[in-house]
Design a protein. Structure first.
Length: 263
């Protein structure tokens, strides 16, 4: 393990690049603890402060996670989000067993809360309007990869299963369709990048300066009235968004009107 003092890249970035390469090679598996900062500093023959900067960089990038009093660990594999929220409905609007096997969703809180601005805007109500909210955390390999919430109008969800602290043996939208009596017909997804709130950084176990990707998902009924407004937040550096689609071929030009005289 060496660094090149004459290289254009500064030493802590050279070390970060080499640590990243080792993680990608599998020298350290997800969940495995790295050597201590003094040990890594000795390997490279640099000051501990230089290694600390390398570790901080990889924490911001989402590759490493530091547990106070325990050490620094490899965070885990990159999460691919295939087709964004459309994956929650599926080709047959059913339960995705393969996703359930890899990602565990834990219901964290159910109750009534004031609507944040983006949720209020989606429902067309004023900020702070009381709504029913179901908050969750998604984990894989014991690493938190998503925090989110689903919001419903009180008039739709009051006194129903949606307002109780219970998980369902089927996707949430199917429970909501039955309870509310309106089918999900269309939806919109809005993705943005931003810094996490303090609560999000704590729940996702990321540094406060690690960017996150945030999804606002609005599901509508046949009259284009919102049924559910869902939020999801992921560690940005460890999340990829993948969209696969067919490209239509060229369409033949229509035959000219036989009654039209050209020339």
């Amino acid at each position: 393990m060496t660094i090149n003092p004459g290289a254009a890249e500064v030493p802590h970035r050279q070390i970060a690049a080499q640590l990243t390469a080792q993680i990608r090679r599998g020298d350290w598996a997800p969940g495995e603890r790295l050597p201590s900062i003094p040990a890594i500093a000795e390997m490279y023959g640099v000051a501990k402060q230089t290694v600390q900067r390398s570790i901080d960089q990889l924490r911001v990038e989402g590759l490493l996670i530091t547990k106070p009093g325990s050490g620094t660990y490899v965070r885990g594999t990159r999460r691919r989000l295939n087709r964004l929220s459309r994956g929650r409905y599926g080709g047959h609007r059913g339960y995705h067993a393969d996703l359930a096997a890899r990602y565990r969703q834990h219901l964290a809180q159910v109750g009534r809360a004031p609507a944040p601005p983006e949720v209020a805007d989606a429902f067309g109500v004023t900020d702070g309007t009381e709504l029913v909210v179901r908050r969750h955390i998604v984990r894989t390999e014991d690493v938190p990869v998503e925090v989110g919430a689903s919001w419903f109008r009180v008039a739709d969800a009051a006194g129903t299963s949606l307002e109780r602290m219970e998980s369902f043996g089927r996707p949430l939208y199917q429970e909501a369709e039955e309870v509310i009596g309106r089918a999900y017909v269309s939806a919109s997804d809005t993705i943005s990048a931003r810094q996490p709130s303090r609560e999000e950084s704590e729940l996702l176990q990321i540094r406060p300066d690690t960017p996150v990707l945030h999804l606002l998902h609005v599901a509508y009924d046949a009259a284009h009235k919102p049924i559910e407004v869902a939020q999801a937040t992921w560690p940005g550096p460890m999340t990829t968004l993948t969209e696969q689609y067919k490209i239509p071929g060229p369409q033949p030009e229509p035959d000219p009107d036989p009654g039209l005289v050209l020339g």
